[in-house]
Design a protein. Sequence first.
Length: 256
Amino acid sequence: MVIPKNELKDFLDTKVLQYNTIDFIEPDPISVPHRYTLKEDIEIAGFLASTIAWGNRTMITKNGHRMMDIVGDSPFDFVMSHDEFQLEQLEGFVHRTFNADDFKHFITALKHIYTNRGGLEKIFTDNQTETSLQPAIHALNEAFFEIPHLTRTRKHVADPNKGSVAKRINMCLRWFVRNDNAGVDLGIWKNISPSKLSCPLDVHSGNVARKLGLLDRKQNDGKALLELDTNLRLLDPNDPVKYDFALFGLGIFEGF
């Protein structure tokens, strides 16, 4: 299916309207942070749920809710006041290669970030550039692992400086920064412009983007992410990542 370039924006805008609706929430990992109203609870729930967002969507969502069931009614309280006994409650959790040891470090690293770095939002606000949040993702990676940690856990927090597309963190940032007026993305961070968001690039969205002529690069790497971002910003410079809904819907639901 070839879409003429002069029709591509209208086609994708229609797909955004089709998929960027509240019906999107329940089967998606974004339903995990939607459980909460306190900003810090939303941040922690969203960050943890997005961290395990690879593989089967149903299983990701199920395990994201399971994480919240383990940490209780307030993820932020658990992070800030947990003791060793409470950390042991994480034993047995596993999602693909993310296990209880990784989960424990995420809890302790988040406490470090909220105690000593002003929280997740501050890291991203302080390290954003005029056009990108990728340097801020690198700063998050550095903060996350400046306390003792297992080497194995490093693979669960992306670093764009090493060529990563940081798909899961970019998805989480879409949740936190973008206010879609449709009740899906949460829009809890007010000091970062949605224009700086990057598309959560993975196999599915990458394949759809190539078929639409939005991406030429064959590999899904940092250079591909920059190319896709550049082309999406031509379509909508203020809210380019709304097209994530179109790429996702076309790939997952329509077999595009």
